[in-house]
Design a protein around this ligand. Structure first.
Ligand code: SF4
Length: 448
């Protein structure tokens, strides 16, 4: 049962030291109660308080991991209804479905696309995360063989799908070391599936016929000691599935109902008969509030926009995406190559570096730490001022790399040129284009 702010306050040291970043223990307790602070931020909480507060400080949606190693997928851990309240934490896993009644060619095609459809965007790698393996034929050998094949061929997480505990056990034996998600427990097979989840140390998906049944099942399973659960309300129409997702999230966050405080799994693959419609439905679950989203297939033209939507929604709105400050060599520059300066807002960095690369003029690009702010915003905030840029250029020792003394600053930051000239003795400050798209033409005419 979640504690109130006052109950939490009574367990804190009450010294108002401010080390947690909040001026008083009471304010910290209130933030903790609504999931807007982490107990770890208070370094003075006693062990006893930590134990008692564990429940209060746990995210209302339980975080869990599927898979192992580098490709482990983290889902859940959410604390808010709306992204702008704080941030969404773990982006939903995108899964592709294969079944043991599909032709080998079909399965191989899906696995091939799962492995190869991968995109780089603002320094991140975007791709699908899981393969869901469904037992349809009822043949234990076929299900087992498909599980083995998927395990061998993919780098990613696995969902095993069957209502039959004996089939599930056979597949678990094959890929237990990958820590698959077992899908799933129902009212009828709950005890057997729970036993398997415990025996193989896997997370368990629970499917109810409706939210009430689902809630009863999770309450029983958690009493039985199973905490890493993924939930499915059983809805397979878009309207009902959407309403259930919202009810689950509201129940977990607003009512602090632990029986629905788990990541969800959604099946657009069962709600549409063409991939584009499926993708549209999947994008709805990305926004509201899918933990895992299962698609019937992956195609570049549908997957890429879905991954982009996911990336945008799961970017922390309070923390701009930033590239590492430093000096970047583009196209093998030498001592005569142009030197350009920009900010470390990820999008700016990737656009500018892309345009420099497209110019085919080898160049040095100095990325100044503007705490992830864009050029104009950083300039207005004093983080892209002449002295800051000058200090960065000295720190990255650009003078040792070129024999000329010319630096190109962004057109929108022309106002810093005088200040930068004062900071950099003997350097000529050139004002570059305002728009990145004009960089290639500018560089091609650049004279060192
Ligand atoms: S760090 Fe702990 S003791 Fe200090 S003000 Fe914050 S909650 Fe209170």
């Amino acid at each position: 049962m979640a504690l109130t702010g006052i109950q939490i306050y009574k367990l804190l040291p009450q010294t108002n030291c401010g080390d947690c970043g909040v001026p008083t223990c009471l304010a910290f307790a209130m933030s903790l109660a609504v999931g807007k602070a982490e107990l770890a931020a208070c370094p003075h909480a006693s062990e006893e308080a930590k134990t008692e507060l564990a429940d209060a400080s746990a995210p209302p949606i339980r975080p869990l991991e599927i898979g192992t190693g580098e490709k482990v997928l983290r889902v859940g851990g959410e604390t808010v209804l709306f992204r702008h309240e704080k941030t969404f934490v773990n982006s939903p896993g995108i899964a592709v479905l294969v079944s043991d009644d599909m032709s080998e060619e079909d399965v191989d095609g899906r696995l091939e696309r799962f492995n190869t459809l991968e995109y780089e965007r603002v320094g991140l790698t975007l791709r699908a995360d899981l393969v869901a393996i469904e037992a349809v034929s009822g043949d234990k050998g076929k299900f087992e063989a498909l599980a083995g094949k998927v395990k061998e061929k993919i780098q990613g997480g696995i969902i095993l799908m069957s209502d039959d505990p004996s089939l599930m056990e056979a597949a678990c034996k094959v890929c237990a070391d990958c820590k698959p998600l077992i899908y799933g427990a129902t009212k009828e097979n709950m005890d057997d599936m729970a036993k398997l989840a415990k025996e193989y140390g896997c997370s368990l998906a629970v499917k109810g016929k409706n939210l009430d049944e689902l809630s009863d099942l999770t309450a029983k399973l958690t009493e039985d000691g199973l905490k890493d659960l993924v939930i499915d309300s059983g809805a397979r129409t878009v309207n009902k599935a959407f309403r259930d997702q919202v009810s689950i999230r509201r129940g977990a966050i607003l009512k602090k109902d632990r029986s629905v405080g788990f990541p969800t799994i959604a099946f657009p693959c069962e709600m549409a008969d063409d991939l584009m419609k499926e993708t549209l439905i999947a994008s709805m679950f990305v926004a509201k509030y899918g933990g895992i989203i299962v698609l019937s297939d992956l195609q570049g033209h549908s997957l890429f926009p879905l991954l982009l939507a996911r990336m945008n929604i799961y970017t922390d709105p309070q923390r701009p995406m930033a590239a590492s400050p430093g000096i970047y060599e583009i196209g093998g520059p030498d001592e005569n190559s142009p030197v350009l300066v920009t900010c470390n807002f990820s999008l700016t960095y990737f656009i500018v570096s892309g345009e420099v690369e497209a110019s085919r003029v080898p160049s040095w690009l100095i990325v100044v730490d503007t705490e992830g702010l864009s050029v104009l915003t950083a300039w207005a905030a004093g983080k892209f001022a002449g002295d800051a840029v000058g200090i960065a250029m000295k720190k990255f020792e650009i003078a040792d790399k070129v024999k000329h003394k010319k630096v190109v600053i962004p057109g929108y930051a022309a106002a810093i040129s005088g200040e930068l000239e004062e900071e950099l003795d003997g350097w000529e400050i050139l004002v570059g284009p305002r728009e990145s798209a004009h960089i290639p033409a500018y560089l091609r005419e650049w004279k060192g």
